[in-house]
Design a binder for this molecule. Structure first.
Ligand code: IMP
Ligand code: MG
Length: 179
């Protein structure tokens, strides 16, 4: 697996440090609010698992699944909620957790959908942000790292469902996806 990686961007240790920082900030901002933390599957599952353990105030978790990518490396622009969450979000302080913000299509759609469901507040926590690729503007409240316009894998992020289990984040060699 590691031979498919061109460059490691963030090591396991750097990621752990950053996740701790974000967890501490969220704990401060959401004290007494019992936030509902919603993970966008599948890419954010690793980040989500580490993040909630870095949050020291009571919170609840839920999961939803959207599809935007198929198996390629370019967003189709089409967003579908494949698995909706179990809890009602009405009057809840909701934090959406995503792996990477790319064109912004997925999150823009998702945040707008959640806003119509009567949330008390809504914020976005993305592990990675690829600002050069933004097509639709999205407001970010918590962000781990900014990344260059390359295809990124590891720590939950996949290429064609592979590489999610890498404990670090790296740039995928273009020859792996025929780039
Ligand atoms: P957007 O709708 O274009 O912002 O796409 C967001 C989704 O595309 C993310 O949740 C990821 O699943 C996927 N994605 C975007 N860029 C990358 C990448 O560099 N590596 C892996 N997945 C990516
Ligand atoms: Mg994804």
């Amino acid at each position: 697996m590691t031979q498919c990686i061109e460059k490691v961007l963030f090591s396991e240790e750097e990621i752990a440090e950053k996740v701790k920082e974000i967890g501490a900030q969220i704990s401060k901002d959401y004290a007494g609010k019992n936030p509902l933390i919603i993970s966008v599957l599948r890419g954010s599952f690793v980040f989500m698992a580490d993040l909630v353990r870095a949050i020291t105030v009571p919170c609840e978790v839920d999961f939803l699944s959207v599809s935007s990518y198929g198996s390629g490396t370019v967003s189709s622009g089409e967003v579908k909620i494949v698995k909706d969450f179990e809890n009602s979000v009405a009057d809840r302080h909701v934090i959406v957790v995503e792996d990477i913000l790319d064109s912004g299509r997925t999150l823009s759609y998702l945040m707008n959908t959640l806003r119509t469901r009567g949330v008390a507040s809504l914020s976005l926590c993305t592990f990675l942000d690829k600002p050069d690729r933004r097509v639709v503007p999205v407001e970010v409240d918590y962000c781990g790292f900014q990344v260059p316009d390359e295809f990124i894998v590891g720590y939950g992020l996949d290429y064609d469902q592979r590489f999610r289990n890498l404990p670090f984040v790296g740039i995928l060699k273009p020859e792996v996806y025929g780039g």
